[in-house]
Design a protein around this ligand. Structure first.
Ligand SMILES: NC(=O)c1ccc[n+]([C@@H]2O[C@H](COP(=O)([O-])OP(=O)(O)OC[C@H]3O[C@@H](n4cnc5c(N)ncnc54)[C@H](O)[C@@H]3O)[C@@H](O)[C@H]2O)c1
Ligand SMILES: O=C(O)C(=O)C[C@@H](O)[C@H](O)[C@H](O)COP(=O)(O)O
Length: 542
């Protein structure tokens, strides 16, 4: 039945861009069939395209092309390359938009115009280039390039690359998962998830910045080396800024040191920042980007699981103060997020597991499929080993968990960037979680503290009659099976309570929490009874 199959990717681009050559190469690498729309048309028409053009003219050709392309979009499951002019036809544009909405990848293959023009002129037989071929090509490029950019959801630059290198790049891009973040007050951006996606850094930064401050920590040196090389190859003047690791980097002193460097090194409003590392590094880099000259462009390259699923997306940037976690900051949206799963190869097991705390949180508040996946793969996830990860079956599971968790995040952020209500649901588990982190002098990892905080919030939900004991037990058993902590007994209630009053959800002297009305349905809890708030704490101490 039509509609059951769809292409793995559709390649569009100018005549001579190498769509067929590169497309065939990709198909071979991925062991998929390849189809070229022009061949399919010639097959249907029973004649060569130039002959069809001559006999029936361009409008008839475009009609036939549209029929063939729309059929293939619903009944072909390989790599499909379109003729240069196909994406200009409104019915094909509509078909491609539906295909993208259904999760498809429309790849704009961007070759060097000079190379593409030469290739297109070689061999002749292109009716659209009749007359002065170079002039025709340039004119068509001017018309088509903006349309191609609009209809594609993936862009691959192949300037000066061999078809094999271009194909590998394209394959990485096809394999990637993309979550789109948009909203009323948000400049839309994509979170790209997959191995190798860091190679899109220059594309996301754009042409405007001349200088790029690459802010990272020392443990991710190998990934920052790669980013620096990519940036230099693309012609940026790269300024390497190494910050103290983890929470030690989220301080006003560190931010001040970077402001000084940006000033001394002449960073202007058109320059940019790349934040690379765990969530602490991306929070700090975002904060510097938000404040330097009141805001410059920044791109996040998260390298920990937690930063990939949560910290790098959504625009909450900030630093800690001696009084608490993230007390100073701003909502400032990145231009893009490149979650390169290749970085997970160097991630220690305990830091991977910590990230699962935020993944589970997203399951509890919205996406039960996340919880099912965590249950089904608890043993493999718990034994995560970066050195074998990229070649293991776990990679696809983790890619899907990242995509689903980022989708939960994007849903809340898109509707409520500045956290007027809905976005607060992402804070499930954080009221107690942040207090634990502070009382443990940040030696407890964020995701671990959030895991305990989720059990606390579940206990509170149960005490107030919203959920039954089974769901509280489920929190403990699921989080425990992943190697996450579910209890904490290292601080006094008075200290915890004082810190929870400093939580950003509190209003005046009233506590506010996010609890569960039922699984997947969080609710706000305003000014709850003091005895329930304390009793829930007693229950997580056991
Ligand atoms: N802005 C937000 O919306 C948001 C959301 C969630 C968490 N956060 C913040 O994120 C931080 C927690 O993030 P985190 O868990 O990534 O902690 P982290 O940034 O402290 O990183 C944990 C450790 O792992 C190292 N690391 C990271 N990637 C690595 C890799 N690929 N290989 C080897 N080592 C690697 C880091 O250098 C660090 O030592 C907290 O500060 C938290 O408040 C922010
Ligand atoms: O994006 C959000 O909104 C969140 O609350 C996500 C949290 O997982 C994250 O830890 C965030 O940094 C917490 O923010 P805070 O406002 O409670 O400091």
């Amino acid at each position: 039945m039509a509609g059951m199959r769809r292409p793995v990717a559709v390649i569009i681009g100018m005549m001579g861009a190498g769509k067929t050559r590169v497309g065939k190469e990709v198909a071979q690498m991925m062991q998929l069939p390849f189809a070229d729309a022009d061949n399919e048309i010639e097959h249907d028409a029973g004649m060569k395209i130039p002959e069809y053009f001559e006999r029936y003219g361009e409008p008839e050709f475009r009609k036939l092309e549209s029929d063939v392309v729309l059929d293939m979009l619903e009944d072909f499951d390989g790599i499909f390359s379109l003729g240069g002019g196909a994406p200009m036809t409104p019915s094909i544009q509509q078909g491609l938009a539906e295909y993208i909405a259904d999760g498809g990848k429309v790849v704009y293959l961007m070759a060097d115009p000079k190379e593409a023009m030469e290739r297109a002129n070689r061999g002749g037989g292109r009716p659209m280039l009749n007359g002065d071929a170079n002039e025709r090509w340039k004119k068509l490029y001017k018309e088509r390039d903006p349309v191609f950019r609009r209809v594609a959801n993936v862009q691959v630059r192949t300037h000066g690359q061999t078809p094999q290198v271009a194909a590998r790049k394209l394959m990485e891009m096809i394999d990637q998962r993309i979550v789109h973040v948009t909203g009323f007050t948000i400049e839309p951006y994509d979170v790209c998830i997959g191995e190798g996606v860091m190679s899109q850094l220059a594309q996301v930064l754009g042409d405007e910045p001349a200088k790029v401050a690459l802010i990272h920590t020392q443990p991710v040196q190998r990934h920052s080396d790669r980013a620096r090389t990519l940036l230099r190859q693309s012609g940026y003047d790269v300024h390497d800024i190494v910050i103290p690791d983890a929470e030690a980097g989220k301080t006003i002193e560190v931010a001040n040191g970077i402001w000084q460097r940006l000033g001394e090194e002449g960073f202007t409003r058109s320059d940019a920042i790349v934040g690379l590392g765990g969530g602490a590094a991306t929070d700090l880099a975002g904060f510097v980007a938000a404040t330097w000259m009141r805001g410059i462009r920044y791109v996040n390259c998260p390298t920990s699981l937690l930063a990939m699923v949560d910290a790098s997306t959504g625009g909450k940037t900030g630093i800690n103060t001696p009084q608490g976690k993230n007390l100073v900051g701003s909502f400032y949206t990145p231009a893009g997020v490149l979650a390169d799963m290749g970085a997970l190869a160097s991630l220690p097991n305990d830091i991977f597991i910590e990230g699962l705390g935020e993944v589970a949180k997203s399951g509890f508040i919205m996406d039960p499929e996340i919880l099912r996946m965590l249950e089904d793969h608890a043993d493999e996830l718990r034994s995560f080993d970066g050195s074998t990860f990229l070649d293991s079956d776990l990679k696809d599971v983790v890619a899907e968990l990242i995509e689903r968790t980022v989708t939960v995040k994007a849903y809340h952020v898109s509707a409520d960037l500045k956290e007027a209500g809905l976005r607060e649901f992402l804070n499930y588990g954080h009221t107690l979680g942040h207090a634990i982190e502070k009382l443990e002098h940040f030696r407890w990892r964020h995701g671990n503290a959030v895991a305990v905080g989720c059990v606390y919030a579940a206990e509170l939900s149960h005490l107030l009659g919203y959920i039954d004991q089974d769901l509280v037990d489920y929190h403990r058993s699921l989080l425990g099976s992943l190697g996450l902590p579910t209890s904490w007994n290292n601080g006094s209630w008075d200290d915890v309570l004082a810190l929870m009053h400093r939580d950003k959800k509190a209003r005046g002297n009233k506590l506010r929490f996010v609890i569960l009305g039922s699984l997947g349905h969080p609710i706000h809890l305003e000014d709850p009874p003091a005895d329930a708030v304390e009793e829930a704490f007693r229950r997580i101490q056991r």
